[in-house]
Design a protein around this ligand. Structure first.
Ligand code: CAA
Length: 391
């Protein structure tokens, strides 16, 4: 559990979209009793990208404050994790590298395994820093979650990006060994290359997630991990916040532990505050849970936290981290709250128009309407090339 050198998350920042759709508007459109959304799945609103926002603009907006605070001299790797990729060949991180004017002596790659990708990126970053402790790795998790209009998945959309600077002697979290791992070939959620919106078997996806919780924790225990009762809190991947409650109850049952409501609320309640209003942000979701926990909890210095990262398909990892004493001086709580509060509510019709928006594929010049007030925008598609602007 303890390692000879401390490596982990030095700084963390997130960004979300220009617009937000309250679930009351979706419920009024489709005649759903609002309790199903507010209580049944635990969602109150979902972030909706403007026409000139995408995973690149969100990722750059999340990472910019980290570069402003720490510079980029030590960053030799950028890993961009996403499952809503914008190109089959070019890594989205290369656009971010350009928008943030990062050093040319840098490797940039994109990683994919559904919502799990950011955890793979974080674990790979730890390995790179261990090999060369002088360097830092910029991990960006950025996703736009999109399901078919009028489908059950529609209520579980959202969008956000989390950026994490990974390095030696981190200010926020020391990531521990071991990790518990789990992979199973299941078709619970997937998106073929020719589709814009994901396909999902909702109930199968919930079962697959629970199976992965069990499998990854079993391996974590076999690898010599901490007993469950040592953890101060649990950060779960949250496709909708109720899923974290289902997952934690399942884990407690699996371990033969008490499953009373107060125990579960204490373990995960604070982690859901951002996800309930942002919605599913796929790769970023588990780290939004972490941000919400750190931003709201009483002092967690020295306490172990558990993480369960799940990506449909499926791959999961259960791992632990210790909160670094003094971490509260390095949080971005005000920035995070502002990212949520600054969103403009849209009505159902405006959301539907944005959802249906797609660029023509004929190679013409298609400027986007100027909608985002964020620091970066997707200005146009021209000759099949995405044109980004920094403000
Ligand atoms: N008041 C309170 N609760 C109510 C209610 C009301 N009026 N009406 C219904 N509910 C409850 C139901 O009892 C149910 O609760 P339980 O699951 O605890 O029984 C809950 O609301 C949802 O109801 P349904 O199961 O009937 O809802 P649904 O069939 O419309 O679908 C869903 C829900 C499967 C989550 C669907 O939104 C979906 O497919 N979402 C996308 C897939 C997804 O998020 N899967 C999660 C695991 S996969 C993963 O984690 C990876 C990823 O990011 C995609």
């Amino acid at each position: 559990m303890s390692s000879d050198i401390a490596i982990g998350i030095h700084d963390l920042s997130f960004a979300t979209t220009e617009y937000v759709l309250p679930h009351t508007a979706l419920a009024a459109h489709n005649g759903t009793e609002i309790g199903k959304y507010h209580i049944g799945i635990g969602q109150h609103s979902m972030s909706v990208p403007a026409a000139d926002e995408d995973i690149v603009t969100l990722g750059a907006a999340a990472a910019a404050p980290l570069i402003a605070a720490h510079g980029s001299d030590r960053i030799r790797t950028v890993v961009f994790a996403t499952e809503s990729s914008i190109d089959q060949a070019k890594a989205a991180g290369v656009y971010v590298h350009s928008l943030l004017q990062l050093p040319s002596a840098c490797r940039v790659v994109e990683l994919k395994q559904a919502c799990y990708g950011a955890t793979a990126a974080l674990q790979f970053a730890l390995g790179l820093v261990r090999r060369d402790p002088a360097q830092q790795v910029l991990v960006i998790a950025s996703d736009v979650s999109k399901y078919e209009l009028d489908s059950p998945g529609e209520a579980t959309q959202g969008a956000a990006a989390v950026a994490m600077l990974v390095g030696l002697d981190p200010h926020l979290l020391r990531i521990e060994e071991p990790s518990g791992l789990f992979t199973a070939d299941v078709m619970d959620f997937w998106r073929p290359n020719y589709r814009d919106a994901a396909l999902v078997d909702g109930q199968e996806s919930i079962s697959a997630y629970l199976q992965a919780v069990e499998g990854s924790f079993k391996d974590y225990t076999e690898q010599g991990g901490r007993p469950l009762e040592e953890f101060a809190a649990f950060c779960y991947h949250q496709p909708f916040t109720k899923m974290a409650y289902k997952a934690h109850r399942h884990l407690l049952n699996y371990c033969g532990a008490d499953t009373d409501t107060d125990t579960i609320e204490r373990a995960i309640g604070l982690t859901t505050a951002y996800n309930t209003t942002i919605g599913n942000s796929y790769t970023a979701s588990v780290y939004l849970g972490l941000a919400a926990l750190l931003d709201q909890a009483d002092d967690l210095s020295g306490q172990p936290l558990a993480f369960l990262s799940y990506g449909s398909g499926s791959v999961a990892e259960f791992f632990a981290a210790t909160v670094v004493p003094g971490y509260r001086e390095h949080l971005r709580t005000a920035q995070h709250r502002d990212a949520i509060d600054r969103r403009t509510p849209v009505d159902y019709a405006a959301y539907r128009t944005l959802h249906q928006r797609a660029f023509p594929t004929d190679g013409g010049h298609y400027p986007t309407p100027e909608q985002t007030s964020g620091p970066f925008r997707l200005a146009a598609l021209n000759g099949h090339k995405r044109i980004y602007e920094a403000r």
